[in-house]
Write a protein that binds this ligand. Structure first.
Ligand code: SAM
Length: 185
């Protein structure tokens, strides 16, 4: 069994997109209670996993756990150091605590997605993947443009394990381009 229902969402997304193939280093942002970590650890016995959440995560073999805010100063450096090499996969299941004001909730959650993407761009190896929870409507135009510039494939998906009435979707970006040429236009 898994610690979270979210584990099944990751399994379904991987079934469809195969982003867990061959991963050696994985960063899991907003990882508590640790269902996604369990999925990765079970499928990839050799993988090094670095996980962070505001909430505690019960220890798991081969998972380095940080109980902290991803927005804390210096956090990216600490996570990069723990990974001890370029990541093959950056996961983010983070959502902001909702305040019930639709626009505010949307902005706060997109802020976390952008921060996750900052870390992904900073830490991913060539060909790596980024999987993040976004809200209904998916990534907004600016975020999509950024994703499409850095990844060869960008898709939105709602895994069957995600309740139909929930507004969550996932963006699955694969084929990271570590080096991007500046465009002249
Ligand atoms: N994928 C996880 C699993 O399978 O067990 C479930 C993750 S849960 C849906 C989202 C998590 O994001 C929450 O545990 C929350 O504490 C975390 N989160 C939200 N904002 C965060 C932040 N600023 N820094 C770290 N974690 C954050």
């Amino acid at each position: 069994g898994y610690r979270s229902r979210a584990a099944y969402k990751l399994l379904e997304l991987n079934e469809r997109f195969g982003f867990l193939n061959g991963v050696r280093r994985v960063l899991d942002l907003g990882a508590a209670p640790g269902g996604w970590c369990q999925v990765v650890a079970k499928k990839k016995r050799e993988a090094r996993i670095v996980a962070i959440d505001l909430l505690p995560i019960e220890p798991l073999p081969r998972v380095t756990i940080f109980q902290d805010d991803v927005r804390a100063p210096g956090m990216a450096d600490r996570l990069r150091e723990a990974l001890d090499g370029p990541a093959d996969l950056v996961l983010s299941d983070m959502a902001a605590n909702t305040v019930g004001h639709k626009q505010t909730d949307h902005l706060r959650t997109m802020g976390l997605v952008e921060l996750a993407l900052d870390m992904a761009e900073d830490m991913l190896d060539e060909g790596g993947a980024f999987v993040a929870k976004v809200l209904a409507g998916g990534a907004d135009a600016a975020l999509m443009a950024r994703l499409k510039q850095r990844f060869r494939s960008v898709k939105h998906a709602k895994p069957p394990a995600s309740r139909k009435e929930s507004s969550e979707w996932y963006v699955v970006a694969q084929g990271f381009r570590a080096e991007v040429e500046e465009t002249s236009q």
